[in-house]
Design a protein around this ligand. Structure first.
Ligand SMILES: [Fe+2]
Ligand SMILES: [Fe+2]
Length: 206
């Protein structure tokens, strides 16, 4: 399955390439997603810091942060259309809320438009909203960085508990956030991967 940005008439693609960071910024700006650029820069910085703490390549974490929401330039209905055209499995949660597909579409753009081929980086991007069973350190770092770099008004209600959990382990911090989603009634519709992630993390953090 591939993605071709020229297929979407409302998109303005890059006219020239500079480097990954500039290209990411320019593609978002050309398509009126300035807020997304603010958000992904913060996520990239937090991911880089977490990577240093947990002995992961900081540059990989930074790149994942920059590209994780690059699919903001694509309309959710087009994300669903692309998945269906390619006979991809669609979780009932994604069918109901196509925006949930943005993690998978971001990974496609990262690979096909930004030439990121490292499966570790693509994995982290592909599960940054739902996580999945047996996540890698990089998967968990990007998942957490996205939640720590809160982009709404005020402070995230889960942030204190998540920060405490993070002093124990990445696994415990991820579980803290997932439990918060399930307990606070903040879930629109539980994604299969999120349920599996919770079960896995409960097992390893006993
Ligand atoms: Fe996202
Ligand atoms: Fe994000």
């Amino acid at each position: 399955m591939h993605i071709d940005l020229t297929h979407y008439s409302y998109l303005t693609p890059l006219s020239k390439r500079i480097d990954l960071s500039e290209d990411c910024k320019n593609l978002l700006y050309l398509n009126h997603k300035e807020k997304t650029w603010e958000h992904v820069q913060q996520v990239a910085k937090v991911a880089q810091d977490l990577a240093l703490t947990y002995s992961i390549d900081p540059q990989s974490a930074y790149i994942c942060g920059l590209l994780h929401d690059i699919s903001a330039i694509i309309k959710p209905e087009d994300m669903l259309g692309l998945m269906k055209e390619n006979q991809q499995n669609i979780d009932p949660a994604e069918e109901k809320y196509p925006f949930l597909l943005h993690q998978k579409i971001s990974a496609l753009i990262a690979r096909d438009y930004f030439h990121i081929n490292d499966p570790m980086l693509l994995s982290a991007i592909v599960c940054h909203t739902t996580l999945h069973t047996s996540p890698t350190k990089l998967d968990m770092i990007l998942f957490l960085a996205d939640k720590i770099a809160w982009d709404q008004a005020g402070e995230a209600t889960y942030l204190k508990e998540l920060t405490v959990s993070l002093t124990h382990s990445l696994e415990r911090a991820c579980l803290t956030y997932i439990n918060y989603l399930f307990n606070e009634g903040n879930l629109l519709y539980p994604h299969h991967d999120l349920i599996e992630a919770q079960q896995y993390l409960m097992g390893v953090t006993l």
